[in-house]
Design a protein around this ligand. Structure first.
Ligand code: ZN
Length: 145
């Protein structure tokens, strides 16, 4: 077992059990709802912007360990970032788990690299990100299908 794989299991377990960013931002500027019918994951994102910067973001919903951990780590990753940077991170993350790979700096998100070997799980890992983009674009419903 590689170190990255061990770290992945550790982080997914930890963030799924004790998410730091679960709840609602209230009142909030933007919301998004995401659904992954393949697994049954549901996620709701609420966020506030300060100009172009994501000032606060929380997620709520019910999902598997991967979708919950991914939502929690996404919240950590994009808080304090600009909308443009959040979109770039999503592109990088998507390339990492479902595309040709990504060499840039994704911080802790790099642990999700192993998900690419499990296509069924890619949608769990990317659901929160799709929902974030939907929230930023004010298209409130999103499904991974
Ligand atoms: Zn799932």
């Amino acid at each position: 077992m590689s170190n990255l794989r061990e770290l992945y299991l550790e982080m997914v377990t930890d963030h799924a059990k004790r998410p730091r960013n679960k709840g609602k931002v209230d009142p909030c500027d933007h919301t998004g709802h995401g659904y992954n019918p393949l697994c049954g994951d549901v996620v709701m994102i609420t966020l506030n912007l300060d100009g172009e910067t994501i000032k606060d973001l929380k997620f709520d919903g019910e999902g598997c360990a991967i979708s919950t951990a991914s939502a929690d780590l996404m919240a950590d990753a994009v808080k304090g970032k600009t909308i443009e940077d959040a979109r770039l991170l999503f592109r990088g993350f998507h390339a990492l788990v479902a595309g040709d790979g990504f060499d840039g700096d994704l911080g802790k998100l790099i642990v999700f690299e192993g998900v690419r070997e499990f296509p069924m799980r890619v949608k769990c890992a990317t659901l929160a990100w799709h929902t974030l983009i939907a929230a930023l674009d004010d298209s409130t419903e999103v499904t991974t299908e």
